[in-house]
Design a protein around this ligand. Structure first.
Ligand SMILES: [Zn+2]
Length: 504
């Protein structure tokens, strides 16, 4: 079984998660579920970034100790990810002792392998607490950070430890251009290449006398810079530096937002090059969920409540909408109108109606038993084509393309029912043709349950079970898609998969 280790960005513990966080987690979960379908040994990591200054401020505002605050936030975030059916099998928090140990070990390894890469210097600049980063002039608009227009930049001057990032510029350019370190989608790769071409600066990797964070090895007056600390989570979750961590490392995929490519495609790989450790294979930087044209985020002051979005039509509908309509590549808009339209057209009238009509006809004409009719119909050919198109899209992390392929089959199958009109075949007593149509519909539902499962895992399970099949996480199901064996299955009419909302 090939190993597939994927990660999401770890989230700041300074406020509740919003739709922007949800898009990233649901997208990564969709990829994880797809890789499991394909038979990979998936290791899916999510977690929390807990050493930020903003965390300390949030804790103070709530009159809690920082540890009590991050404990509470970790529970809140994990609760949302469970509700959204995230199937991560690992969870890391940067306040955990195992992470602390890895950060120290990595810094000590850099000091041992490439001692010139670390040096002490003076830093003066404008610091954004939202990004936890010194800002360059190109990142400042109207005196504010581009990502955080509501926050004041903080003038900061102090003695810090530095990392010689400049030393790795040429090597990183070559690795990214050759695809040895894949940065996707291409628009993000071009941005990163441009940053590298424009030249790098060495970066400060410690802060002076901060009470909250990991002490810098050998200099306890300094705290490890929160980004340097946070990036190492991907490695510490593998057990690094203990023997055996190479079973998981290097990561196969880091899923992140487009705003933090500099950290993941430049700083993180440079840290690993300096430590002489293997690089991740791929970084995927998704776009932002926009609300009336603005980035969905707490500090930008725009947010649709994640609770409201989940409760509207349940977690599966939200997952589907985020991945099909908002998208996992460029920025996309969240609007309630489009959510309602997609829900009605694709889920209630689309997949839901297909399942309920097909299973109702199986019940009415064949007591629920799928007839043994093995001849290939036009619907079977469309099903096989959809599976191939789906795999091509999903293999290249084109999640919208994967959903398009699956829901294209939904449309074809609904049309097939109209054209073949099984009720007319029953009335005319054309039993062999009725058998063929009902079996073809059962095979289409079988394929759809599998293809839809990374997007709408809960409803896909219901559909699968209503075909009379054992769920078992769909283990082995992918290999059966070419010729689903549905003959003799005892189907049942499911509860309505996607109830029509009461008209408002
Ligand atoms: Zn910022």
């Amino acid at each position: 079984m090939p190993k597939y280790y994927l990660t999401t960005a770890i989230d700041y513990s300074n406020g509740d998660p919003h739709l922007g966080h949800a898009l990233e987690k649901v997208g990564a979960d969709c990829i994880a579920r797809y890789r499991r379908l394909r038979g990979d040994d998936v290791h899916f990591l999510m977690g929390m970034d807990e050493h930020a200054q903003a965390v300390l401020q949030a804790a103070e505002q709530h009159e809690l100790s920082p540890q009590a605050w991050v404990d509470r936030m970790a529970e809140t975030f994990a609760g949302y990810w469970r509700r959204l059916e995230c199937s991560n099998d690992a969870w890391i928090r940067t306040t955990e002792p195992r992470h602390h140990r890895s950060v120290t070990a990595l810094l000590e390894r850099i000091a041992a392998q490439n001692p010139d890469d670390l040096f002490v210097g003076e830093y003066e600049g404008l610091y954004c607490v939202g990004c936890e980063e010194f800002k360059q002039p190109a990142q400042i608009v109207n005196g504010r950070c581009i990502e955080h227009p509501t926050l004041e930049l903080v003038p900061t001057k102090e003695r810090n430890h530095f990392f010689r990032l400049t030393r790795y510029r040429d090597q990183l350019l070559a690795l990214i251009r050759s695809g040895e370190l894949r940065v996707e989608p291409g628009i993000r790769r071009n941005e990163v290449v441009r940053l590298l071409e424009d030249g790098l600066q060495d970066i400060s990797i410690s802060r002076n006398r901060q009470s909250w964070g990991i002490p810098f090895p050998g200099d306890p007056d300094q705290t490890v810079y929160v980004w340097f600390d946070a990036l190492i989570n991907y490695l510490s979750a593998t057990g690094y530096p203990d023997p055996g961590y190479e079973r998981l490392w290097p990561a196969d995929l880091h899923v992140i937002g487009k705003g933090i490519t500099r950290f993941h495609c430049i700083i993180w790989p440079a840290m690993l090059l300096s430590a002489e450790l293997a690089l991740p294979r791929e970084v995927w930087a998704h776009g932002y969920v926009q609300w009336e044209g603005a980035k969905m985020s707490k500090s930008a002051g725009t947010a649709v409540s994640l609770d409201e979005a989940i409760e509207r039509h349940g977690p599966d509908a939200l997952r589907y909408f985020l991945l099909r309509e908002v998208g996992f590549e460029a920025d996309g808009n969240f609007t309630w109108e489009r959510f309602e339209d997609r829900y009605t057209a694709d889920l209630a009238d689309g997949l839901g109606n297909l399942a309920s009509r097909s299973l109702a006809m199986l019940a009415r004409y064949r007591d629920g038993a799928v007839p043994a009719a093995l001849e290939e119909t036009s619907l079977d050919r469309a099903g096989a084509d959809a599976c191939a198109a789906y795999a091509r899209a999903m293999d290249s992390l084109d999640l919208r393309g994967g959903a398009d392929a699956a829901w294209g089959l939904v449309a074809t199958a609904n049309l097939y029912i109209q054209q073949v009109a099984p009720w007319a075949l029953a009335k005319a007593d054309r039993q062999p043709e009725l058998d063929a149509a009902l079996a073809a519909l059962a095979r289409a539902l079988y394929r759809l349950a599998v293809l839809a499962s990374p997007f709408i895992p809960g409803k896909a399970q219901l559909l699968w079970q209503s075909l009379g099949l054992q769920w078992e996480g769909l283990a082995g199901a992918w290999a059966t898609l070419e010729r689903p064996a549905v003959e003799g299955l005892a189907t049942t009419k499911p509860e309505v998969l996607f109830p029509k909302p009461a008209s408002v």
